[in-house]
Design a protein around this ligand. Structure first.
Ligand SMILES: Nc1ncnc2c1ncn2[C@@H]1O[C@H](COP(=O)(O)OP(=O)(O)OP(=O)(O)O)[C@@H](O)[C@H]1O
Length: 257
């Protein structure tokens, strides 16, 4: 990758969903760039095209216009360099926690010994070291989500694409997982495109928060999050700069709904 070149760059992106009767313009001239190691969250009203943007970055959708590039090369289909976490990320129910997290390491051809070390390190990080022999059905929703996060970190992609990854969790578990996720991310420092409805979560995690307009989605505003790192995922909310930013983003979004 060239110096100063964006990890992910989206230029004048247009995406259309077409059926026999309808054609919906989901994204309209979207420009967004994510630097190496930068954490960018996207917030915006329901249906504004956040997931659509993520799917283009994942190589799952072809744009109707403009382009999306990874390290300066046009994204052309799914690549192993990009890791995705979705809201309803499923674990393999017939495999133990240990084997679910181990799978990406096996696919990468890592030696058995290293696989074991890495799985145990990741399970310790998400606080599930004692649950390696359990099956997904024996865990709570929050614990399953933690296993899914450990598995994503096992993939160790260059770019993390995350669509409401903590979506279906209760508020308290969401904070616990957010905390763990931030701690893990601060150690690996990879580029992230993170989609959420939660402004506080976006600020607490990100270097930059991007607000989209309602459909067709465009980038309405970008907010730099100038809060030190490592930062406390929950307590950072009491910082005056956090509150100011939250107010600004809230007002920006409120105009759209
Ligand atoms: N497969 C599809 N076929 C037709 N229209 C679609 C399809 N997927 C999404 N759309 C439309 O494109 C627009 C953007 O959808 P998208 O899922 O990207 O929004 P979103 O911002 O992620 O929404 P939410 O926050 O509610 O999850 C919506 O109006 C939606 O109805």
């Amino acid at each position: 990758m060239k110096k100063n070149q964006a990890k992910l760059q989206v230029q004048n992106l247009e995406v259309r969903y077409s059926t026999k009767e309808h054609s919906t313009l989901a994204l309209d001239k979207v420009n967004l760039s994510i630097r190496e190691g930068e954490f960018v969250s996207v917030v915006g009203p329901s249906g504004c095209g956040k997931s659509t943007l993520l799917k283009v970055a994942a190589g799952l959708l072809k744009p109707a216009g403009g382009q999306a590039m990874l390290d300066g090369k046009e994204i052309d289909g799914v690549t192993g360099r990009v890791g995705m976490v979705f809201q309803n990320d499923a674990l393999l129910p017939w495999k133990t926690v240990y084997d679910n997290v181990r799978l990406p390491l096996e696919i990468q051809g890592i030696s058995r010994d290293r696989q074991g070390e890495e799985v145990r390190r990741l399970l310790r990080m998400v606080g599930l070291a004692e649950f390696e022999r359990y099956f997904p059905r024996q865990l709570s929703g929050g614990m399953r989500k933690r296993v899914a996060l450990a598995r994503t970190f096992a993939y160790d992609p260059e770019l993390y694409l995350m669509d409401e990854p903590f979506g279906p969790l209760d508020a308290q578990t969401r904070v616990t997982i957010g905390k763990e996720f931030l701690k893990m991310w601060e150690q690996v420092g990879k580029s992230v495109l993170f989609i959420t409805h939660d402004i506080e979560e976006a600020i607490a995690l990100s270097d930059r928060v991007v607000v989209m307009t309602s459909r067709p989605g465009r980038i309405k505003a970008e907010f730099e999050v100038n809060l030190e790192r490592p930062r406390p995922f929950y307590d950072i909310r009491f910082d005056a700069r956090f509150k100011e930013l939250q107010k600004e983003i809230w007002h920006c979004m409120a105009e759209e709904t």
